[in-house]
Write a protein that binds this ligand. Structure first.
Ligand SMILES: Cc1cc2nc3c(=O)[nH]c(=O)nc-3n(C[C@H](O)[C@H](O)[C@H](O)COP(=O)(O)OP(=O)(O)OC[C@H]3O[C@@H](n4cnc5c(N)ncnc54)[C@H](O)[C@@H]3O)c2cc1C
Length: 277
């Protein structure tokens, strides 16, 4: 259980949030950034985490922006998934997010909480991986902007005390042809057996995956094989499978063999549909 002595802070600025984090960390306390709280409460109840200081980032202005700014879409870390759906500025992100949990949970779950959380599906990161988005992060060395490819390897590689402020996504990506397919073992809500998101950029398909391995990923080697139009679709898929970057999950959501079966079928479905768009 989370301790009843937990202290709660709600800073209004990035600077204040960072000061709180490093102040308490220097006192050997365990501060934790808090957004929707759904994962913190779940893991706290299971005694997997036990923060003693909660720093709620939901009032920070920069974390709540969702708007086009010149050539970029800014997507703040504290946006709830339902707000992202309602605004629908980035249809691929809308489609991917609206398959996460159920509507009531999505009223609480934030973009930052989903992509930075310990629950490893992190499905909302797929659109940003596909669009080569920039990631804005605040920490002891100020505010840094990095390409997602540099800073996301299975999870965000943040230093202690850093937190996600926003994603910057080039406007042109927000209107490209896309598809996002989530396959579950059963029911209409729940964790994915497999989620694949794809966009078409200059006639080439890009693919990002969640639920296949114990982390979300985009693989350029798989993309290269899947775009090899000199081969049949079956051959392309067979070649791409050799570049899955880790062990295929084998758990309660489905066996590794079943996941590979679903992967083959879903890739074929996506290629057939996207190649004619
Ligand atoms: C019923 C249910 C079903 C679910 N189904 C799915 C699913 O199908 N697919 C899927 O991908 N996920 C699923 N999840 C997982 C869920 O997406 C995460 O638990 C949730 O996204 C956490 O978001 P939150 O805003 O509540 O984060 P919080 O609980 O507030 O935080 C989660 C973690 O992220 C950190 N954090 C939060 N914001 C930031 C930030 N801006 N910068 C750095 N660190 C930050 C926190 O410190 C904490 O470690 C489900 C969850 C529930 C409750």
């Amino acid at each position: 259980m989370l301790s009843s002595n937990i202290e709660y802070y709600k800073p209004m600025t990035i600077k204040e949030a960072l000061e709180l984090f490093y102040f308490f960390r220097n006192q050997n306390k365990k501060p934790m950034y808090y957004a929707g709280g759904t994962e913190i409460l779940t893991l706290g109840r299971l005694n997997i985490i036990d923060p003693d200081i909660i720093i709620d980032i939901k009032e920070i202005k920069e974390c709540n922006l969702f708007e086009f700014n010149q050539d970029y879409l800014l997507s703040g870390a504290a946006l709830t998934l339902t707000y992202i759906e309602e605004k629908n500025l980035f249809p691929l992100l809308t489609n991917t997010s609206m398959e996460i949990a159920d509507h009531t949970a999505r009223n609480k779950i934030t973009l930052g909480g989903n992509v930075c959380g310990q629950i490893f599906y992190r499905e909302a990161v797929l659109p940003f991986l596909l669009c080569d988005s920039q990631v804005i992060v605040a920490g002891i060395n100020g505010i840094q902007t990095s390409p997602i490819e540099q800073i996301f390897h299975q999870t965000f590689q943040f230093e202690e005390g850093q937190f996600l402020i926003q994603f910057l996504t080039e406007k042109q990506y927000c209107s490209l042809p896309f598809i996002s397919i989530k396959k579950r073992q059963q029911w209409d809500t729940g964790y994915p057996l497999l989620t694949i998101a794809s966009i078409k950029v200059e006639n080439q398909l890009r693919f990002a995956f969640s639920g296949l391995c114990a982390y979300p990923f985009r693989s350029k080697q798989m993309e290269s094989e899947l775009n090899n139009s000199s081969l049949t679709i079956e051959e392309r898929i067979q070649n791409a499978l050799q570049f899955i970057p880790g062990e295929v999950l084998n758990d309660v959501e489905g066996s590794n063999e079943y996941r590979l079966f679903v992967l083959r079928n879903t890739l074929e479905e996506i290629i057939l549909e996207m190649e004619v768009r």
